[in-house]
Design a protein around this ligand. Structure first.
Ligand code: AMP
Ligand code: GLY
Length: 434
């Protein structure tokens, strides 16, 4: 028998980050039957209704650790990738703190695409064939020799925008030059990965991982291009839906855990790296089965905003078990007959040049639906836009049709100058048939 550390009576929880994903985590935690004391750094005006927001940036590692220790946090949940890349989870664990988020070494699955490839290769995990380059001339020569189509990826973190799916040789060469000569992605593009094009529908499968036990969440689908019909440049995500019923019906969730997640974690462990956090697997369902497009070392955004609303267990129980290593003994239950759809309201000019400072008007409460706040701030008491993805609106129903109706009805009641959204999120989602 393992000894479980019990959840304190009034647990103090710090959520690091201030986007719609972190708002959704706070919103779900706030549904707990327990008396939670929620804190957010830095949080946002929406999270401020649920949490005490402290003005510490998600990348200010020393300040975050000082705050968590001084305020005796019982649990820290790390939302974004930057603090993971900077070693926040390691620094907190050194102080004996329970943390949801992998170490800096484990987070390299996300922060270095070439590291992730190398691990997958050793683990025998299906993924696109790829080569990594640090000088533009060799990258160009490879592109010329290989021919289009090709996918060109900045190695490091690029806010979801470092990938070009090049259909022609000219596009592939331009993408190499942009990353390596133009330094569009800064140091993240000093190394590029050039990989084969995979074809098929995409699925995001996030898993709770406590170092040992892997518990998959419901599968979701993100919509990355900015425009309807998947047109225009890629964004951080314009909307999502969950669950992906056809994926579950084919048993692909279990297949991905067995053939992709477990071998990847075992390969890390052989290098002395334990993974404790959420592992996001971005998949392409190819003709020969699921293949990995990318790993993220955290909850996905906007997937989290559709997956957590379908969780029936208390999220605190799950995250507590994850951070304390006893997920194997914890029930993780999901709604079995509900569909969730979220739609991102984006700022004028997003993704290239998002404009900020536009006044947002929103219906007072949430009868119409739930709004997760992202690029928003308060100025003289008024809610204004402060980033590219402004709000993520949620609809939940007994079918995708019902969930879509709800979220798009809600969207018509929210206004800011220059706002835009996709009108086809979940339009092709397969309804539950079993
Ligand atoms: P990533 O940032 O790695 O998720 O890539 C962004 C998007 O580019 C993905 O969601 C896919 O739509 C596309 N993509 C990435 N890698 C490939 C690939 N090897 N083949 C086809 N599409 C890809
Ligand atoms: N939705 C993709 C991501 O979170 O990076």
């Amino acid at each position: 028998m393992s000894h479980h550390s019990p959840i304190p009576l009034a647990p103090r929880i710090l959520i690091v980050g201030g986007g719609a994903r972190e708002h959704a985590i706070a919103w779900k935690l706030a549904q707990s039957d327990r008396n939670l004391q929620l804190y957010a750094a830095p949080g946002n005006p929406g999270m401020a209704q649920l949490c005490t927001c402290v003005p510490i940036s998600a990348s200010a590692i020393e300040e975050l650790v000082r705050f968590a220790v001084a305020e005796r946090m019982d649990l820290v949940v790390i939302g974004p990738e930057q603090p993971l890349a900077l070693g926040l989870a390691d620094a907190l664990r050194e102080q004996g703190m329970a943390v949801v988020g992998p170490s800096q070494a484990a987070a390299r699955l996300e922060t270095s695409k070439s590291f992730a490839k190398e691990v997958m290769k050793r683990a025998g995990v299906p993924t696109a064939q790829a080569e990594s380059f640090t000088d533009a001339a060799s990258a160009r020569a490879y592109v010329e020799a290989h021919g289009a189509p090709l996918v060109v990826k900045a190695d490091g973190l690029a806010a979801g925008k470092g990938v070009t799916v090049a259909r022609t040789l000219a596009e592939a060469l331009a993408a190499v030059d942009e990353a390596m000569v133009g330094e569009k992605f800064g140091t993240a593009g000093q190394r590029v990965l050039i990989e084969d094009l995979l074809v098929g529908p995409e699925v995001s499968l996030m898993c709770f991982v406590d170092g040992e036990t892997v518990v998959p969440m419901l599968p979701a689908r993100d919509h990355k291009p900015v425009g309807d019909g998947d047109t225009g440049p890629n964004t951080g995500g314009m909307g999502a839906f969950a669950p992906v019923y056809d994926f579950i019906a084919d048993g692909l969730d279990d297949e991905v855990v067995e053939n992709i997640v477990r071998p990847t974690l075992a390969t890390l462990r052989a290098d002395g790296i334990d993974y404790q956090g959420v592992l996001y697997v971005g998949l392409m369902i190819t003709a020969t089965g699921p293949a990995v497009i990318e790993f993220n070392a955290r909850f996905g955004d906007p997937e989290t905003e559709v997956v957590l609303p379908l969780l029936r267990s208390d999220l605190l129980d799950v995250l507590w078990a994850l951070a304390n290593g006893h997920l194997a003994d914890t029930e993780v239950a999901w709604a079995d007959n509900e569909a969730a759809v979220c739609v991102v309201l984006a700022a004028d000019g997003y993704p290239e040049h998002p404009r900020t400072g536009d006044l947002i008007t929103l219906p007072p409460t949430t009868e119409a639906g739930v709004a997760f706040y992202a690029g928003t701030s308060r100025q003289d008491g008024l809610l204004v836009t402060s980033g590219g993805r402004v709000l993520t609106l949620l609809g939940v129903g007994k079918s995708f049709t019902a969930a879509r109706e709800q979220v798009y009805r809600f969207a018509r009641t929210v206004h800011f100058p220059g706002q835009h959204m996709r009108t086809d999120i979940a339009a092709t989602a397969v309804e539950r048939t079993i």
